[in-house]
Design a protein around this ligand. Structure first.
Ligand code: FES
Length: 354
């Protein structure tokens, strides 16, 4: 029941707190408005209805959590859904995960608000200002207030709310655990990382102008961003962005006598070397080339690769060399790949040897 009559303690609080200060400054203190009981305070059926509403929201949250897990497992990350009235599509997996997870949070919050507004005690509480350090007595009192609040909230008595809330809160962390799967190498298809669009005879073209490259187009000290010519064939296919990212290379040219080592025998062509453009740390594109040192710098975390020495790491957090692409020229004199990379491109957070 609601009780607005001031307790001796609250009167004291009012006299020693802001009321006294305000009165001394000539302010008019209006006091508390008369209390109006809520429908749920006077009508047990309304209280029961509110209880069911709260339970429904918690159950809806639990349902959304289950749907999140199903969406995570069932919807391929490449699926898309059309957007009505817009000539566009959205990623189905991201949308389903976002909507279900958002609704799971929303329904728990909405249920808690509804519970507090309609069913929990509706009374003003006056609290004294006091030193920050609590005495043992104050702590005991706080514990008593907490347990009183727990009693008054009906957590013990309202079984349907308690159980539905426990269910919703119990299921709620599941998405966080399920999403850990994406960090694990487990079912990851390593073929996705091991294979790129490069193959024997793939012509090397500049990125983005798609001009075939002759050796003379790359002067000593020069750098050219490039990609395979057949990338344009999959331009409009699904996953093209991934294909483009994996196949990006840079061509550099140095005097053949400056080349200390390569990842394969004679993988350069007259001093022109091709390396993956994707940093082996966490995958930033790299193109900051120091002509004098033959070092390639990653702008993200400063990993530095020595392109004259097999692309090995000379500084920074990257754990392995940049993959090198073996190249030669075709009968028309254009640069081509001799094969795909012989190792996966990109970051090394997964287990490469599996
Ligand atoms: S991504 Fe290149 S150093 Fe981190």
């Amino acid at each position: 029941m609601t009780d607005n009559s001031p307790t001796p303690q609250s009167s004291s609080a009012a006299e020693t707190g802001t009321d006294v200060v305000a009165r001394n400054q000539g302010h008019d203190i209006p006091g508390l408005p008369p209390h109006r009981p809520r429908q749920t305070d006077i009508d047990p059926r309304a209280a029961k209805r509110a209880e069911r509403q709260v339970a429904l929201m918690f159950l809806a949250s639990a349902l959304m959590t289950v749907l999140f897990v199903i969406a995570f497992v069932q919807i391929p990350t490449t699926d898309t859904w059309p957007v009505p009235f817009f000539n566009a599509t959205i990623n189905a997996s991201n949308t389903a995960l976002g909507v279900t997870f958002g609704l799971a949070i929303f329904f728990i919050g909405a249920g808690a608000i509804q519970w507090a507004k309609k069913l929990m005690p509706d009374k003003e509480v006056v609290q004294l200002r006091h030193p920050l350090k609590s005495t043992q007595q104050e702590r005991d009192e706080a514990a008593e207030v907490f347990w009183d609040g727990a009693d008054e909230s009906g957590f013990g008595q309202r079984k349907i709310i308690r159980r539905s809330l426990l269910l919703a809160m119990g299921l709620f962390p599941i998405p966080l655990v399920v999403m850990l799967r994406d960090l694990a190498p487990g079912p990851l298809d390593l073929g996705v990382l091991k294979e790129t669009l490069w193959e024997e005879g793939s012509r090397i073209v500049t990125d983005p102008l798609e001009r075939p490259v002759r050796p003379a187009d790359v002067p000593i000290g020069g750098v050219v961003s490039a990609m395979p010519a057949n990338l344009t064939e999959v331009q409009h296919e699904e996953g093209n962005l991934n294909a483009r990212a994996k196949a990006a290379i840079i061509l550099v040219r140095m005097a053949p006598e400056d080349i200390q080592s390569q990842q394969g025998e004679g993988w350069d062509y007259q001093g022109i070397l091709a390396f993956s453009k994707i940093c082996t740390h966490v995958g930033c594109p790299i193109a900051l080339y120091q002509q004098r040192t033959h070092h390639l710098l990653c702008p993200c975390h400063q990993s530095t690769f020595d392109l004259s020495d097999s692309g090995n790491v000379v500084f920074g957090p990257a754990a392995r060399a940049l993959p090198q692409l073996p190249i030669t020229v075709d009968e028309e004199g254009f640069l081509i790949a001799r094969s795909d990379f012989d190792q996966p491109v990109g970051p090394s957070f997964w287990e490469r040897d599996r």
